[in-house]
Design a protein around this ligand. Sequence first.
Ligand SMILES: Cc1cc2nc3c(=O)[nH]c(=O)nc-3n(C[C@H](O)[C@H](O)[C@H](O)COP(=O)(O)O)c2cc1C
Length: 372
Amino acid sequence: MNATDKTTLPAPVQLLLEAAQRAPSADNTQPWSFSWDGHALHVGFDPARIEGHVFTPESRASQLSMGAIYENIQQVARTAGLTLGGASPSSQVTTNLRMVVPRLSLSGIARDEWITAQRAHPVFERHTNREVYTRDPLPNDLLGRLEGLQQDSTCVKVFSQRRDIKRIASLVRLASEARFRTRELHEWLYGSLRFPGDGMPTDDGLALETLGLPPGGGAMLKALTNWGTMSRLNRFKLFKLLALMETVTFQQAPALVAILAPKSPEHGHQAQLFAAGQLMERAWVAINEAGFAAHPSYVITDQLDRLEAGKVPLELRATVGELQRSSNGAFVEGGHALCVLFRVGRAKREAVRSRRRPLHAMLSVQAKGVAA
Ligand SMILES: Cc1cc2nc3c(=O)[nH]c(=O)nc-3n(C[C@H](O)[C@H](O)[C@H](O)COP(=O)(O)O)c2cc1C
């Protein structure tokens, strides 16, 4: 059976799938597939959605997302009183999670009512806000809480001094300049962007209205679709202007929050990235729950990973080499390196929330589930 009717799923499975579906992914690619075998819930990567894309299942970005899925599932399960079996990901099993979901007898409450009640959990409210933030400082209790978060050997580092924020924002600018000069990344971005009325599916990717662009920003983005246009304008330093626009919001943020993982690419590296994803999600949920906004930036990590993989074009190697040296000074602590950076603050406007693909498009059911 390959049923996609959600009413065939037991209530806890439906709930955990919805929690998983809310996890963040780079450019909202949602590269996951879910399956339910009547006993255990499996989460993996959908090869069709990964193929030909910048991020493979083993990449840092994909592992961060997988860790976030697991964190969402765990948090919601805990609140709902569900103890998951077989859930611990081993160091090698981070591209396929398996969780045994217990049966739940719902006495005196309807299945849909129970699910709706559980959706009040803060993981369902976590989101990206790319609008402008005020300069109001973050309360000390939130700063302290974030700094205290840990998962395995991964940790959180908070920057709230202007001098530090400025220094890190200058790294975002450097990385961003390199990004806007890289054809592959340009094409990847435009494959993810969703302009109104362009006929692309709107339940994945980066919808224009979620980007918090200033007036005219959408038209400018559209005009730069073609790499030929972009590279011609780059001769007049357009990449510097675009990078500056991206960086200003980070420079003005009251705090930057870095998720760090051990630098060593040795045994257990994947598991550490997965743990960093759990930590990222935990921090992000806590920030939003406290009424503050968060906007991740992956641009530094991505450029450094590309440098290590030999993917940085020759003409950009000096720039990214400089980024690497400066990043070592800014983030590396006890052998840690940056996984993802956030600006955090009070947003001047509510964010438009990004959409999700329908569950039935990502789910296969191998056995008849019994509705709880
Ligand atoms: C590993 C990772 C990297 C991301 N990098 C960026 C980024 O560089 N810039 C950005 O604006 N959003 C970034 N995002 C946020 C995603 O675009 C966002 O999570 C996704 O569109 C879903 O939206 P939501 O967070 O509101 O649920 C990143 C998310 C993840 C998980």
